[in-house]
Each structure stands twice: as structure tokens, then as C-alpha cells.
Design a protein. Structure first.
Length: 201
């Protein structure tokens, strides 16, 4: 899967992109990437005391462990709700999605691990949401719908710590994330197209 991801539409590793993202990160103790992928930002930033990643792809999980991250094979949004003890989603469709997609870590559960890890003050956390790009579906093994992105926004609004979403400006993102501070980073994606990576904070 990671080999396929080299051709994905993402741009985090592009010259100037990861540097600008990292420049927005304050001093922290815990870095969390609920959608690890290649963990580009986590592997390039100055390492905090604890780096946590979530993914459901075995290659991504192996990559994260190889670079020293504490990895969980689970749905990233579910992990966020458990870790910060956020209110559960009322949308039955989203709840069903989590149940169907959840793959527990052997001899453990994300809920138990999340509770055990919650020893750092939330103000010293940074959660970096790097989800599948909205309206880009062909490259991802797990296909996100608009409901998935809406659930992401709901969790993002509840974050008790520093957090950011990376993505492209689409009508859905523009509407749902209106009012958040944005940083636009012009770059070239892996297909050679000029794009703008946006950071919502």
C-alpha cells in the first residue's frame, strides 16, 4: 500500500510544504496523527516526548513503528473520541461505519490504550488531521464519503488542544470550516499538477 501511495495526490513532502506546516506547531509533548499514511510531518519535525499514530494499513503501521511512533491499528476518528473522551456521534450511519471499520489491536483495545495514554496535559498535545482528500477517492483503500468528513469536522471542533486539518479547499471544507484560521501553501503534487495545500487551525 505504501508503494501505491507514492503516486497519490498528496503533497506534504513537497519542498516548502512540510516546513510551513511544522512552523505552525508550538512546543508540545504529544503529537497525534489519526491518519498516519507515511507520517511525513511526524518524521520531519523535532520529535516530542510521544508520537502516536493510527492507521488500518499494515504497511503504514509498520512504517510508523519503524520510526518510533506508538501505532494503533484502528479508525483514527474512533481513537480521537476515546483518547479525549469526546461526545459520541448521534448519526447512526457514522456509528455503523466505525463498527464495520474497526480492527482492534491484538490483546488490547483502542479505548483502553487511549485512556492509559492520557497522562499528558491536553494543552501540550497537537493533533494533526491529514485525512483522505475530499473528492479524491481513487487512490484510497478506504473510501471516505461526505459523512466521514463531516464527522471529522465535528471532532475537530471539540478538540481540547492544538489541532489542524490538512487538505484541499472544496465547497464542503469551505462551508464547514469557515471561521478557522487558514494557511494556503502552493505546491506541486506527485502527478505534477500545481495545487494549494490548505491548513485549517
Amino acid at each position: 500500500m505504501l508503494e501505491q501511495m507514492k503516486n497519490i495526490a498528496g503533497t506534504k513532502g513537497g519542498s516548502g510544504v512540510w516546513q510551513q506546516i511544522i512552523s505552525q506547531i508550538p512546543p508540545i509533548d504529544v503529537w497525534i496523527e489519526p491518519f498516519w499514511g507515511r507520517g511525513t510531518i511526524a518524521t520531519k519535525m523535532r520529535r516530542p516526548a510521544c508520537v502516536i499514530g493510527c492507521d488500518q494499513d499494515l504497511d503504514a503501521l509498520s512504517h510508523g513503528r519503524d520510526v518510533g511512533a506508538l501505532m494503533f491499528e484502528t479508525d483514527g476518528l474512533k481513537f480521537m473520541r476515546d483518547y479525549f473522551r469526546l461526545a459520541a456521534d448521534d448519526a447512526s450511519g457514522a456509528q455503523e461505519r466505525q463498527i464495520l471499520r474497526h480492527r482492534p489491536v491484538p490483546r488490547s483495545t483502542p479505548s483502553r490504550d487511549a485512556a492509559r495514554l492520557g497522562g499528558f496535559p491536553s494543552r501540550r498535545h497537537f493533533v494533526y488531521f491529514d485525512p483522505p482528500y475530499h473528492e479524491v477517492r481513487d487512490y484510497y483503500e478506504i473510501k471516505w464519503t461526505d459523512l466521514d468528513h463531516l464527522e471529522l469536522f465535528r471532532i475537530f471542533r471539540q478538540m481540547p488542544c492544538y489541532s489542524a486539518i490538512s487538505g484541499y479547499r472544496t465547497p464542503l471544507y469551505e462551508r464547514e470550516l469557515a471561521g478557522f484560521r487558514t494557511i494556503d501553501i502552493p505546491t506541486v503534487n506527485r502527478a505534477g499538477r500545481r495545487v494549494i495545500e490548505t491548513l485549517w487551525m
